[in-house]
Design a protein around this ligand. Sequence first.
Ligand code: PRT
Ligand code: ZN
Length: 213
Amino acid sequence: MKNNNLKLAIQKNGRLTEDAVNFLRSSGLQFENYKQKLFSSCRNFPLEIVYVRDDDIPDYVESGAVDLGIVGQNILNESNKDVKNIINLNFGICSLSIAIPKNSNLTLVKQLRNARIFTSYPNSTKEYFKKKNVPVYIMAVSGSVEITPALGIADAIVDLVATGQTLALNNLKVFKKIYDSQAILITGKQNSLSMEKKILMQELIKRFKKLIA
Ligand code: PRT
Ligand code: ZN
């Protein structure tokens, strides 16, 4: 990896990987097959593309380990890092939503008072219920949140929803949306960037904005 090149982090292996790679290629960047590598160097721009877990991207951008990142808005909302959203990328579209059993007839958020809520997004969930002034018990789990109501341990869950198929398969339905999300391009403070890198960064962002427009 060339140290004076810009660095952009994308998800290594997941839902955003293919769309992120396609987006970068559509913007004219040329780089080789990413599958077996931890980074690729662009052939036609002084840029290294770095492949990491999506959860780590805000941290790497905030600390300046990389200059740019592509990540779900949801990850950023949950992690509260000091980074800037530069462009909405129009892929990875989903929402963070509260879901309840299909046969439930709840209609108001306040009816969830003292409910047990399982989620992989404890911070977003806590903030939402605090704003609504409804006390709930929030339990954080790292995956398969949809199973917890069937296990009898959760009254509701908070999870990402795209098509709603996963909820339906688990006899759940959306109750309320907490926020919409999509993939975004983020940068850090850029204070310590050289003038040369700042110019390159502006050039790249201009290219990306043109593609989105
Ligand atoms: O390994 P790594 O940590 O990098 O990946 P990950 O497993 O944490 O994330 P991954 O690949 O599942 O998702 C990456 C990003 O894609 C998320 O952070 C979101 O920004 C975005 N995204 C878009 C989604 C979905 N749509 C989505 N539907 N992420 C997850 N889901 C899951 C959801 O959690 C639920 O289990 O898909 C299921 C619901 O989908 P539907 O279509 O049945 O409603
Ligand atoms: Zn992740």
